[in-house]
Design a protein around this ligand. Structure first.
Ligand code: ZN
Length: 607
């Protein structure tokens, strides 16, 4: 999938960068200032020096950042672009495509480009500057020189007021707030947080780690450090080493989510989401997820993911491993660290399975297809997603769990998915190679000691219904299903109350709503002539509509009054029966000693 523009002779490993046409590496220095943070404008100065400066120097903004597989067009936030030569004389320039500024260098050996980046969107892949802090991703703020992704760069930050600077980049000694990136892959992999943040440090196996907290909240920094250290320790136990020099967790206390980097991660969490304990465990899951990525995806790299093409989509069929496998290891690390119980672990998995089984889209899209189409689908779900898509995170987590159990069963407990991860780490990362879908299957087969082609063709490349119990029995478990709402009347649409209105958000295929012609976006005004949204007692979590349906049976007929777009209409509707299932893990009644042993190995608890 990875396009090589250069005509260089093929070198086996590592892959050459996008193109290397100049033999002279330019010197590139950035200064990032924030003199008026309340304007949300990061001020960038970019010095490029070269003894072989081209007549036309192309400066480019990435269109996406690794880890978040959507074209985001960061160039749209650039303003006030100007460029001078080393003597301070203006040079002319023009935009030649959406993300490229072409500078007429007139033979200058040094040019200084300046621009500002509007930064008012706090996500882990965008930039935010305001009177509280500055957080930015270099891929969304700093331009690269065409064909010079391998060039090193220095970044000097001029913080506002008394703010301090946190980043995973190493500091340049003797230069205040100046950091060094060996190349632009490293630069774009290293977000910055600049604020009056709180900080806690800890060591694991001699490696320094720190947690940077930007803002107030109900967190216990010492506790977070202790628990993060336990998570790091479990990662160490799998791979036998910590690959980085140091590691920084940057936490911003708004929104949610995380983005992985080689020696840091950017996390977001609700500032009051650290209590009660159940919510805190959700935060630790996020920590474990992003931390595990330092191996899985940042070093154990799928075919197309690195070196990166920052101007185009980078297609891979392996996000179900990169993301789904990491989602799977979240729970594994927390359980091994003793941060969740075996019961909590299994309950989470049962819920994930329930959600997958309620998606008709599981018959439309395979894990490999969902991975490949991430660029056009995953970050743009619409109302039809439930019917034509699955998430490579959610199904990927489940299938990696099933793969782990399959390997444990096939190898009599001597191997597990840890061995697969170790194989990829040692045989691919350490040898400078990326792995392919075939490599992943081979590594799994090596651990299992048998062919897994049936497993991969059904559950990874194919869209077969998963035979859970055939696999779970290997560790003495069965997934028991019962009808969640037996005998209950059911419309089948996913309803949401908005501004006192009952609206249809989505309609899974096969439900009565789907078969009888309700539409996403319909507003249900009344049922049998009664308003659908009569306020219910605060103690009730039901809508009036649901309370009314509770009194009905499957097969009963009702009259639905609804607005579709701007027109009122009535529909005679026959209620169906709710077929949705509850999923619970139960021990096999007649579990063998071997099954009990494998369960214990897996969850460090008795079956
Ligand atoms: Zn992830």
């Amino acid at each position: 999938m990875y396009k090589e523009v250069s005509a260089q002779k093929k070198t086996p490993t590592p892959k050459p960068s996008i193109a290397e046409t100049s033999t002279v590496t330019p010197s590139i220095d950035f200064t990032v200032s924030m003199s008026k943070p309340w304007t949300h404008l990061l001020e960038i100065e970019m010095h490029v020096g070269s003894s072989e400066m081209p007549q036309q120097l192309e400066l480019k903004m990435p269109v996406w950042t690794p880890g978040s597989y959507l074209i985001r067009e960061y160039a749209r936030h650039v303003q006030d672009f100007a460029v001078k030569n080393g003597a301070g004389e203006n040079l002319s320039w023009q935009k030649i495509n959406k993300n490229t500024w072409a500078v007429d260098t007139k033979g200058a050996k040094e040019i200084v480009a300046s621009y500002r980046v509007y930064s008012n969107e706090l996500t882990v892949r965008t930039n935010e500057l305001n009177d509280d802090h500055g957080f930015w991703n270099n891929g969304a703020a700093l331009m690269f020189v065409k064909d010079q992704i391998k060039a090193p760069a220095n970044v000097t930050v001029v913080p506002y007021g008394n703010w301090r600077v946190a980043t995973g980049l190493p500091p340049v000694s003797g230069r205040a707030n100046t950091f060094r990136a060996e190349n632009f892959d490293i630069l774009y992999d290293s977000p910055f947080e600049v604020s009056d943040y709180k900080e806690v440090s800890f060591e694991v196996h001699g490696k320094p780690h720190r947690v940077i907290m930007s803002g107030e909240g109900n967190y216990d920094l010492k506790q977070i450090a202790e628990d993060a250290a336990k998570i790091v320790e479990q990662g160490y136990k799998i791979f036998g080493e910590l690959v980085y020099h140091d590691y920084t967790f940057i936490v911003n206390l708004r929104g949610g989510g995380g983005l992985e980097h080689l020696n840091s991660t950017a996390l977001q969490a609700n500032r009051f989401g650290f209590r009660p304990e159940t919510r805190y465990k959700g935060f630790l899951s996020l920590v474990a997820h992003e931390y595990f990525h330092n191996w899985n995806v940042k070093r154990i790299r799928p075919d197309a993911l690195g070196p990166f093409d920052y101007e185009n989509e980078n297609y891979t069929k392996l996000l179900w491993v990169a993301e789904g496998g990491t989602a799977y290891y979240e729970g594994v690390l927390l359980r091994r660290a003793g941060l969740i119980t075996a019961k909590e672990y299994l309950t989470t998995k049962a819920t994930a399975i329930k959600q997958l089984q309620e998606r008709p889209g599981r018959f439309q899209t395979s894990l490999e297809e969902a991975s490949f189409d991430a660029w056009i689908k995953y970050y743009r779900p619409d109302e039809n997603a439930v019917n034509n898509q699955i998430s490579y995170y959610d199904k990927g987590e489940i299938v990696n769990m099933l793969l782990d159990i399959t390997i444990r069963s096939a190898s009599g407990g001597s191997k597990s998915l840890d061995d697969v991860m170790r194989t990829l780490f040692n045989e691919f990362f350490k040898k400078g190679r990326n792995y392919s879908p075939e490599d992943y299957q081979k590594a799994a087969e090596l651990a299992a000691g048998r062919s897994l082609d049936d497993f991969f063709s059904k559950y990874v490349r194919g869209r077969a219904e998963i035979d859970y119990n055939e696999i779970f029995k290997g560790i003495g478990l069965q997934l028991s299903t019962t009808t969640a709402n037996p005998g209950k009347a059911y419309i089948g649409a996913d309803l949401v109350e908005e501004n006192g209105r009952v609206n249809i958000r989505s309609i899974p295929a096969g439900t009565p709503a789907y078969e009888q012609g309700l539409n996403t976006g319909d507003q249900i005004v009344a049922i049998d002539g009664y308003r659908s949204n009569i306020p219910q007692p605060a103690s009730s979590r039901e809508t009036f509509l649901q309370a009314y349906l509770n009194d009905k049976k499957p097969g009963d007929k009702v009259k639905l009054t609804l607005f579709r777009f701007d027109k009122l209409r009535e529909i005679d509707f026959t209620l169906g029966s709710d077929q949705r299932m509850e999923y619970v893990f139960k021990p096999l009644a007649d579990a063998t000693e071997q099954q009990k042993k494998l369960y214990h190995d897996y969850l460090n608890a008795d079956l």
